[in-house]
Design a protein around this ligand. Structure first.
Ligand code: ADP
Ligand code: GLC
Length: 480
């Protein structure tokens, strides 16, 4: 039996701001329980839903010296879906209205978290063979295993994996504060270790010191070794290329299952979707106050509304997108400029544009089930889960060929009748527009081909089955 500890800043259903939470919350369920005892450790945020907090029970607490004084480290635990969770409780650090907010404060609280994660292990009596760290928030754990925690027998030999979900966020701050908080000596602040552009950098620490580095698709693993996608870390990532692998994310096929989803109005499968899926469209049109018309081409967006996701392209040609023969349904929150654009067009074309600027798990399922096409023209995309959900619900993805989008959506080939979606290569608004118009033509003029695309999409397997095996292989290799 191997012990695996996942350390992360979010995991669904306890707390979620994006795909990271979906991955951390679902992967452990799909590891083989006969061979892997995989547990998760998260901060206990005050902003977690009360229902989730009610599931936690107090284990114990102690004090840990951090940033100049002794700080409370409470340990809570819960079991969810057969997986053991631990939560680090400290109200000073984790009581904000959302998991992230102010840069420096976030760095202070996650360095605290990283030290607390290692400190609780002897207390809870769980010695991991591998600590699997996710994103910059946990980047100092591999560093501390070689430093502050290197002394005792308990920590000796623990292996670490650093998984990059998004290289855009690295946890950087001026070296002086960084050193004060982390307690790391000058030795670490050189360009081959934690320094990057004169700042201390948490993610870089993880990349340099982890025994293995992974990211969430093969294409992104290659892209981040180039200056365009590397966000300043392409050098160190190239240097570690032999320890860097891309393992594609899966999604939870029990949660995302159109045949068995209680959040949508009509269930359907890849055999009966041709007649049943459309009922979800008319139900959603009614609910959102759009023209009720089963024949209208409905394109959807469910996303953080940020530049990463390519919304400047959408903004550029939104007038040309929202023609009479299209309905556009948006669910998301993010940058005000994008929110305002969608709100404005929903006001201008109330029959065909619906802008929902909030977060709703329930509405997201209804949109995947209702829409004909799913638009995701990302500038970069480490993996992307939304397009996997769209595929599963037969909402045909229209994507830019980058990162995980390139690895999961196969472009429609009208001559061979293959493909599961539509894609374009360059980050260019009109290239996106032409691709969308092409998709629309297939939808209206070659419905049989369209339905075949949707059927192939639904038949793809992006469950965790294959990818969980790859993580298991990695854990085995590290502990061989
Ligand atoms: P990222 O992690 O970069 O935001 P992903 O595609 O990996 O992108 O994951 C996004 C996840 O967040 C998906 O599960 C998607 O359905 C969900 N999501 C994004 N915005 C919203 C929203 N406003 N309401 C509900 N779910 C959302
Ligand atoms: C990040 C990426 C997204 C990925 C998710 C989970 O948020 O932006 O592409 O799917 O992490 O790995």
């Amino acid at each position: 039996m191997k012990n695996i500890l996942m350390a992360a800043s979010e995991a669904f259903p306890f707390i979620k701001t994006g795909g990271l939470a979906d991955v951390v919350g679902s992967l452990p369920k799909y590891l083989d329980k006969k061979y892997y005892d995989c547990r998760i450790v998260l901060p206990k945020y005050a902003c977690m839903r009360q229902e989730m907090k009610d599931r936690m029970e107090y284990v114990t607490h102690f004090y840990m010296n951090y940033n100049g004084r002794d700080r409370y480290v409470g340990i809570m635990q819960a079991e969810y879906d057969g997986v053991q969770y631990y939560f680090i409780d400290n109200e000073e650090y984790f009581s904000g209205p959302s998991p992230y907010g102010d840069w420096l404060w976030d760095i202070e609280k996650f360095i605290f978290f990283d030290q607390a994660v290692l400190s609780i292990l002897p207390v809870i009596g769980f010695r991991p063979d591998v600590i699997h760290c996710h994103d910059w928030q946990t980047g100092l754990i591999p560093v501390y295993i070689h430093d502050k925690f290197a002394g005792g027998d308990f920590y000796r030999g623990i292996k670490t994996v650093m998984t990059i979900h998004n290289l855009k966020f690295q946890g950087c701050w001026g070296i002086r504060d960084f050193q004060r908080l982390s307690g790391l000596s000058n030795y670490y602040f050189t360009p081959d270790k934690l320094e990057c552009n004169k700042d201390g950098n948490m993610l870089k620490g993880g990349i340099v010191y982890a025994d293995a580095v992974t990211t969430v698709s093969c294409t992104y693993a290659n892209e981040i070794q180039t200056p365009f996608y590397g966000e300043g870390l392409d050098g160190i990532l190239s240097a570690r290329r032999n320890d860097l692998r891309g393992i594609l994310n899966g999604i939870d096929y029990e949660v995302f299952d159109p045949d068995n989803d209680s959040l949508i109005s009509t269930n359907y499968s890849d055999t009966n979707f041709r007649t049943r899926k459309v009922r979800n469209k008319t139900a959603l049109q009614k609910e959102l106050g759009l023209e009720v018309n089963p024949k209208k081409f409905m394109a959807a967006v469910v996303s953080r509304l940020t530049a990463q996701k390519g919304f400047d392209l959408v903004q550029r040609v939104i007038e040309e997108i929202t023609t009479e023969d299209v309905q556009l349904v948006v669910l998301g929150t993010g940058e005000a400029g994008f929110e305002n654009t969608f709100n404005y067009f929903a006001w201008k074309y109330p029959q065909r544009v619906s802008s929902n600027i909030f977060y709703s798990e329930e509405l997201s399922h209804k949109i995947y089930a209702a829409s004909d096409a799913f638009l995701m023209p990302s500038a970069f995309e480490p993996c992307g889960l939304s397009q996997l959900m769209a595929l599963r619900y037969g909402s045909v993805p229209i994507v830019r060929e980058t990162g995980g989008l390139k690895d999961t959506v196969e472009a429609y080939n009208e001559f061979e009748n293959t493909g599961t979606g539509f894609s374009f290569a360059n980050y260019n608004a009109h290239e996106m527009l032409f691709t969308l118009q092409y998709a629309k033509r297939v939808y209206y003029e070659k419905r049989r081909s369209w339905n075949n695309i949707a059927e192939r999409a639904m038949k793809q397997d992006f469950s965790w089955d294959a990818s969980a095996l790859k993580y298991q292989e990695l854990y085995d290799w590290l502990t061989r």
